[in-house]
Design a protein around this ligand. Structure first.
Ligand code: NAD
Length: 456
C-alpha cells in the first residue's frame, strides 16, 4: 500500500463532495495561510537563514512579501476570474450560447525546490488552492529548516484535506508520483522534470514544469552605464546566484566589455562591501555538493573579479570570469551560483545564432537603447520571459504569466495565469430547442450537402 494513499483518498473525498468549490472557503484558506505566514515570520527568517544565509531584507521581499502579495491579489480578483467566460457562438451553432467554465482539476501535487523555499512552494500552492484544488506540497529536502516550518504553517492554516505538506526526498517523490494526481506542478531541474513528466504520463495527469537552463543577458555597445552593470550584478548575485532566472552568462559587445566589467566590479563593492563574506546582504551556497560543483567553474586564469571561497562557510564571492568562450566548462551546464562568465562578441547576428542553437532559456535580458535591436531579439529568440534593460523583475509583475518554454519548462503561473494553470477550462454550448435545423441529420442528401458547402 502506498504510504500516501490514505491522505490522497481523504483529499479526494473532500474534493469529490464539493468542499473545495465554495469560493469563500477558498479565499478563507489562502487568507488563513497569509495570517500564519505573518505569525511565523520570525521562525521563517531563522529557517531560511539556516538554509541559505539570506538577509532578512532579501528573504522578506523575495519570499514572504511575494507570497502575501499573491494571496491579496488572488483574493480580491478570484470571483471575477472564476466566473464563466461568455464567448461568441458561430453560425452553425445558432441559436445558442457559449461559455467557458473554470473548474478545479482535483488532487494536486506540488513538488518544489530549495532556492526560494517559501516562494516556489507556496506561490503555486496559493494558485492551486484558490482554483479549488486539494493540494499536497513536497518541498525540497535540501532546505530542511524551511520545509519543516512550512509544514507547521500549512497545518495551522487549514485542514489537511485541503492542503498538506509531505517532507522527504527522492523516495517520497517517487511514492507520491505513483498516485493518480489530476495535476502535478514541478519546480526543479530539467533532468528531474523529465522523470516527473514520464511518471505523470502513467495517469495522464496535467503537468506544469518550472525548470532552469542558461539564461543569457546581451549587452549592446549603447547600454547605459552604470545602471546596466548595477542591474546585472543585482540579478546575478541575489541569493548568491541561486535564482532560476538570474542571468547565467553575459554576451557583451567587445568594444564595451572592459567598461562593463569595471562598472560591475564597482557595483559589487557598493552592494556587498570590499569583503562580501562579511556582508549581511550576501547569501551562502545551499550545500557542499553545490559548492564543489561551483568552485570547479572558477578558472583562476580568467577570474577578473572575486574568485575567493570558503567551504566551511559555504561562501563563494561574487565572481566574474573573462574572456569566456562557449566551449569553456562553465558554459556546459546551468551555473546556479555566483559565478558570471562574460563572453565578448563582435557580431550580434552570430551571437544571436549561438543563443538560438542552445536549449530555449527560461529568461533573456537585453541591454540597449535601440528599439530596433530590442525588437530584433524579441522577434527571433524564443525564451520563457525576460526584461529589456533590467534583470529578474518580470517575475515581480503579477500581470505577466511566468514560466519557461521547452527545456526550461511548460505552463504559466502568477496572478490570473496561475488560476487558469490549475483549472480545467470546460467549454459548453447551450442550445435552443425551439428550432432544430434538419441539415445535420441523416439521410445526407445532395441538397443538404449543397447548403452545407454554402454555409461552411
Ligand atoms: P531538483 O530537480 O534536483 O529537485 C527538485 C525537486 O525534485 C525536489 O523536491 C527533489 O526532492 C525532487 N527530486 C530530486 N531528484 C529526484 C528524483 N530522482 N526523483 C524524484 N524526485 C526528485 O532541482 P534542485 O536542485 O532542487 O533545483 C535546481 C533547479 O531548479 C535549477 O535547474 C533551477 O534553474 C531550477 N529552478 C527553476 C525555477 C523556475 O521557476 N523555473 C525556480 C527555481 C529553480
Amino acid at each position: 500500500m502506498n504510504n500516501y494513499q490514505a491522505l490522497f483518498d481523504r483529499q479526494y473525498n473532500y474534493y469529490f463532495d464539493g468542499n473545495t468549490r465554495d469560493l469563500k472557503g477558498r479565499i478563507d484558506s489562502i487568507r488563513s495561510l497569509g495570517n500564519e505566514l505573518s505569525r511565523y515570520e520570525k521562525q521563517i527568517n531563522e529557517a531560511i537563514y539556516l538554509d541559505l544565509g539570506k538577509s532578512k531584507f532579501e528573504l522578506f521581499t523575495t519570499e514572504i512579501a511575494s507570497v502575501q502579495h499573491e494571496i491579496n491579489w488572488l483574493s480580491s480578483r478570484l470571483r471575477r476570474w472564476t466566473r464563466p467566460i461568455k464567448v461568441r457562438t458561430n453560425l452553425v451553432n445558432m441559436p445558442g450560447r457559449s461559455r467557458i467554465i473554470i473548474e478545479p482539476y482535483g488532487n494536486t501535487l506540488i513538488i518544489g525546490t530549495w532556492n526560494y523555499p517559501f516562494l516556489l512552494n507556496l506561490k503555486p500552492a496559493v494558485s492551486a488552492l484558490a482554483a479549488g484544488n486539494p493540494v499536497i506540497i513536497k518541498p525540497s529536502e535540501h532546505s530542511p529548516h524551511s520545509s519543516e516550518i512550512m509544514a507547521k504553517i500549512i497545518t495551522a492554516a487549514m485542514p489537511e484535506v485541503r492542503c498538506s505538506v509531505v517532507l522527504g526526498g527522492v523516495p517520497e517523490v517517487t511514492e507520491l508520483l505513483k498516485l493518480p494526481f489530476e495535476k502535478i506542478f514541478f519546480t526543479g531541474s530539467t533532468s528531474v522534470g523529465k522523470m516527473v513528466m514520464k511518471a505523470a504520463a502513467e495517469n495522464l495527469a496535467s503537468v506544469s514544469l518550472e525548470l532552469g537552463g542558461k539564461s543569457p543577458a546581451i549587452v549592446f555597445p549603447d547600454a547605459v552605464q552604470p545602471v546596466t552593470a548595477k542591474r546585472i550584478v543585482w540579478g546575478k548575485f541575489l541569493n548568491a546566484g541561486q535564482t532560476c532566472i538570474a542571468p547565467d552568462y553575459i554576451l557583451v559587445h567587445e568594444s564595451v566589455a572592459q567598461n562593463l566589467i569595471d562598472n560591475m566590479a564597482v557595483q559589487i563593492v557598493s552592494m556587498y562591501g570590499p569583503d562580501p563574506a562579511r556582508s549581511g546582504s550576501y547569501g551562502r551556497i545551499i550545500d557542499q555538493r553545490h559548492f564543489d560543483r561551483l568552485v570547479c567553474f572558477i578558472d583562476p586564469a580568467k577570474t577578473v573579479v572575486g574568485g575567493t571561497h570558503n567551504r566551511e562557510d559555504l561562501f563563494i564571492s561574487p565572481t566574474i570570469l573573462y574572456p569566456v568562450s562557449f566551449s569553456d566548462p562553465v558554459m556546459q551546464e546551468e551555473i546556479f551560483g555566483p559565478v558570471l562568465p562574460i563572453i565578448p562578441y563582435s557580431n550580434i547576428e552570430d551571437a544571436v545564432k549561438k543563443i538560438k542553437s542552445m536549449p530555449k532559456p527560461l529568461a533573456l535580458y537585453v541591454f540597449t537603447q535601440s528599439v530596433k535591436e530590442q525588437d530584433a531579439i524579441l522577434s527571433s529568440v524564443s525564451f520563457g520571459g525576460g526584461c529589456i534593460n533590467d534583470t529578474v523583475m518580470h517575475m515581480a509583475n503579477s500581470y505577466l504569466p511566468f514560466g519557461g518554454v521547452g527545456p526550461s519548462g511548460s505552463g504559466r503561473y502568477h496572478g490570473r495565469s496561475g488560476i487558469l494553470e490549475f483549472s480545467n477550462q470546460k467549454s459548453v454550448i447551450n442550445k435552443a430547442t425551439w428550432i432544430d435545423p434538419f441539415i445535420r441529420y441523416p439521410p445526407f442528401t445532395a441538397l443538404k450537402e449543397k447548403i452545407l458547402r454554402k454555409l461552411l
